[in-house]
Every structure is written in C-alpha cells, then in structure tokens.
Design a protein around this ligand. Sequence first.
Ligand code: RIB
Length: 309
Amino acid sequence: MKPTVCVVGSLNMDFVVKVDHLPAPGETVLGRDFQMFPGGKGANQACAAGKLGSPSVDVRMVGRVGYDAFADHLKASLSAAGVDVSYVHATRSQPTGIALIWVESAGQNSIVVAAGANNELAAPEVEAMRTAMRGARYVLFQLETPLDTVEAALKLAREEGAKTILDPAPAQPLSLDLLQLVDILTPNETEACILLGHAVGRVELNDVPVLANQLRSMGPQSVVLKLGEKGCYYDDGVKQIHSPGFPVKACDTTAAGDTFNGALAIALAEGQDIETALRFANCAAAISITRIGAQASIPSRIEVDRFPG
Ligand code: RIB
C-alpha cells in the first residue's frame, strides 16, 4: 500500500512586495514588484510533500477556505502538486486567509497573516478529519489554525496510529499537554526560544544540543531544530545529528521551513533513515530560498535529488 502523509493547517493567499529594507514602526518604504502567490504554512507543507512525494506517496490536505476566487486558486495550486484537496472545505462566514509579506534584499521577510477561514477549522469538527488521517504514516501540523483544534487533531492522529510532526509556527508558548502529543517538533531558533521562555536571539551552534534537550524534556519524542543556513540538529534522546545546511544565495526565505517539513515527512514516509531524511529536507529548503514566493519556490523531486549538482 502507498504511504500517506496528511497535513492539517492553513491556506493563505500571499501578497508579496519586495523592499530594500523592512519598514520600521511608523516608516513608509517604497516597495517594488507586487506579486501574489499561493501560501499558508499548512498548504505550503502539503505542496512540498506533493511535489516531492507524489505519485508514490498519497498527500492529503485538511483545511478551510472561504467562498472566493483565492480559494479556487489555492486548491488548484495544491492539486497541481498532486495533493488531494477533498478535505479542504469552504465556509461562508469568513474569507480565505491572506498574508501580507515584505521581502528585503537579503531574502529576510516580515509576515502579517489575516487567518480568515483558517480560524473556522474548529475543534468540534475534528472527528470529521478521521478519514483524512486513516492509514497516514505522518500527520503534519502548524499553528495558523486554532490551538484547541491542533490539540484535538494531534490526539486523533495518534489514535489513528500516525506519527505527528508539529511546526510551532507562528511562534508561541505551548502547553506540555499539547507537546506530549508530538512525535517530531520542528522549531526554528526563535520558536525554540519562545517555547522555552528564553530571550529571543541568535543561537550559537554550541548551545544547540542543550536547547534541543530542553525542548525534548517538554514532551515531544524528538526535536529537529531548524538552524537556517547552519542546517538542522536532531535529537531523539538516543541519537543526536547535526545535518549541515547548503550554502545558497538567498532571494526569499518565505516557506523554507514549510518546505523542510514537507520534505522531511516524505523522506520518512518513504522509509529513508533519519540522517538521509534530514539531508533531503535541508536540500529542499535550500533550493526554495533561491526563488521568490511560497509554493512557487518549492522544488521538484528531480531538482532535490540532483542538488547540489
Ligand atoms: O511560512 C510561510 C507562510 O507563512 C506564508 O506562505 C504565509 O501565508 C504565512 O502563512
């Protein structure tokens, strides 16, 4: 039987403007090149899983959109990547989620999300996700849908025998009850600091093993700390691996973390060992930052398999 990966999360239409520098509070900056791209952390992860895994892995997306043209565009983008969107339902009470994104010349960004229909993915409806999760090896989560829904859906995924991967983004503190439902927690440095209640700042490579261990002691079975150009660090309590990053010229870092998670889930669902899976995810994320846009930047399987040349 084909392995299945299911993603529960957000779909947003991204409105992207390139700027020379990110605006400070009260500042107006003149931007360049306005573009719209399909995005949303959940949909980006599903798109990455679809582009990298389909047709040998079944990928399903669970989420909410509004009754508008953005919804059609977002579903079409996922379908084109081979993702089953039959669990993406429309709600009349809210428009499709959107994100306003500024990208500066070195590729760093600022993002504001108006969640809209994503907020309608309600905890009492979680039982209806059971069929989407049935037979899934991995179910992926992020935090752009209501937290009680995420927690209830994590429980359901475990009941269905799936492994759970949580990307704790956008960054926020989480309860130990929720974190105990996670098999693989994948924070970046900022998210790790916020989860641990530390001051947010750049994390030195020497400090990473301690951070990963502290995060694991909060409940998840394993932690993959995403370190940007430094790659990632894995800790499951027995094995610790630093998988180095790939040097590339950054154009836009939007969705690099989402691409990493989708790729990681595919590699693991295919049965790759953790070291190979981390390298595969680092490659996919590195390629994605060389291009503008969220789903538009996610590489194909052939590109990742051939990278870095
Ligand atoms: O992680 C990147 C994503 O964050 C964007 O696509 C945007 O929609 C926001 O959800």
